[in-house]
Design a protein around this ligand. Structure first.
Ligand code: IMP
Length: 423
């Protein structure tokens, strides 16, 4: 049985949590493969709105097993808060949430290093969520990191101390004023570690291999989006993991030839939170309307998201890098009421028309070339069948499919689990 993937194709916040939650009924296992609590996956069902950060989005379906893979970085303090917030749902967490021993731990000093690094960059800052993601992945690739499995060994506190001491020395190298009380942060951290140790740790690559062999259906859940990928995103304004399809192989130990469907999610327009290039960004009333109607505020940081028209140049790139086999279009309902819609189909790059994502995108070297289309007036939020959708929207969908050469299989028309049209 192949492992299906579900990934965001833009700069994150496409609505992965909602779709994983909606699709979980078709899967036995949901496995998160990268990122950490920089993610905010929002789920809405039965009048409840819940935001997950590290825990996979299949957690509310009591029969599904949720795996936090080796590619994920875990902050025990945030994880504990996530677990506390789940208490009211009466879930048997120890049996439905399994954590890879190879996942790396975010230490309090990783968060401090993130803050020091960002502060030192001034105007060039990444706009990080400051959750310690970059420094933790740096320690992973630098071969200094602490992993969940270390907590089962006797000397983990010694390992912790050595690493934290090194971090403190590094923080002092930055010429910035970061105030902190490490003793307090550590007390919180150690308490949270004890809670984490109550959960089930596994060798997740072995677990997933056996599950797959015995016919279990597995969905790999990505975080962030393809344009934030450390290799293929708009570097350096990216996150520190591989958010693209290959990241599922390294983040779970699934072999490339075992990947089945690659489900790519995109918003009917584009958003970005944090710094970095965004060729179709709007600074006018249309952008403000998208932000307001789409409630475009970061689920983790609360920061307002930058909004703009759909960018098919960037989307085409993401479709190719990931090998997307089916698409899901989110938040089509937010575009209701726009008289005209614009879709970017090429860039004017340094005076030349190009249809690919160039190495160096700066605000002043790329201008989007748009195709204009008629909008639609109808409210979509109560629609539940594809043939109820207004003609303007069907044309919009068909145009995107033709450009991307991949079918759109799901159209989401609202945040609730039920506001999902399957085609
Ligand atoms: P970091 O991964 O927290 O260091 O953030 C690096 C960049 O990725 C910043 O621009 C963040 O705003 C962005 N980012 C990280 N996680 C997410 C996410 O889940 N959704 C959207 N943007 C994100």
């Amino acid at each position: 049985m192949a492992v299906d993937l579900l990934l965001g194709l833009q700069w994150g916040d496409e609505g992965k949590g909602k779709i994983v939650d909606a699709l979980t009924k078709n899967y036995d296992i949901i496995a998160r493969f990268q990122g950490g609590p920089n993610a905010g996956h929002t789920l809405e069902f039965d009048g409840i709105k819940h935001v997950l950060h590290t825990i996979p989005s299949g957690i509310f379906h009591k029969k599904a097993i949720n795996v936090v893979g080796n590619g994920v970085v875990i902050d025990p303090v945030i994880f504990r808060k996530e677990l506390d917030a789940l208490k009211k749902f009466d879930l048997d967490i120890k049996s439905i949430l399994l954590i890879s021993r190879k996942a790396h731990l975010i230490l309090p000093t990783h968060r401090l290093l993130d803050a020091a690094s960002e502060a030192s960059k001034g105007k060039a800052k990444i706009g990080s969520t400051l959750k310690g993601i970059g420094p933790t992945y740096m320690d992973k690739t630098g071969r200094n990191g602490m992993r969940v499995g270390d907590l089962e060994l006797d000397d983990w506190k010694e390992k912790y101390r050595n690493l934290a001491n090194k971090h403190e020395a590094m923080i002092s190298f930055y010429d910035v004023d970061i105030q902190y009380d490490l003793a307090e942060l550590e007390a919180d951290f150690f308490e949270a570690i004890e809670e984490l140790k109550k959960l089930t740790f596994i060798d997740s690559e072995e677990y997933l291999y056996q599950a797959q062999k015995s016919g279990k259906k597995i969905l790999a859940e990505g975080a962030q989006g393809s344009l934030l990928d450390i290799d293929f995103g708009t570097y350096p304004f990216v996150t520190s993991s591989n958010t693209t399809a290959a990241g599922a192989c390294t983040g779970l130990g699934v072999a490339p030839n075992q990947i089945g469907e690659v489900k790519g999610i995109f918003k009917a327009y584009t958003t970005r939170v944090g710094s970095g290039p965004f060729p179709t960004e709007l600074f006018d009333e249309d952008g403000a309307t998208m932000g307001r109607v789409g409630n475009e505020f970061g689920a983790t940081t609360g920061r307002p998201r930058r909004c703009g028209w759909l960018d098919l140049v960037a989307l085409k790139y993401a479709v190719r890098v990931n090998g997307v086999t089916e698409l899901m279009m989110m938040k089509g309902d937010v575009l209701s009421g726009f008289k005209k819609l614009k879709v970017c189909t090429a860039y004017n790059y340094k005076g030349e028309k190009i249809e690919h994502l160039p190495f160096n995108i700066e605000a002043d070297n790329v201008t989007p070339i748009f195709t204009e289309m008629d909008g639609w007036e109808e409210d979509l939020t109560k629609m539940d069948k594809f043939d109820q959708l207004p003609t303007g929207m069907v044309k919009y969908i068909e145009f995107i499919e033709k450009e991307l050469e991949v079918p759109i299989k799901i159209v989401s028309v609202g945040p609730d689990r039920t506001q999902t049209i399957y085609r």
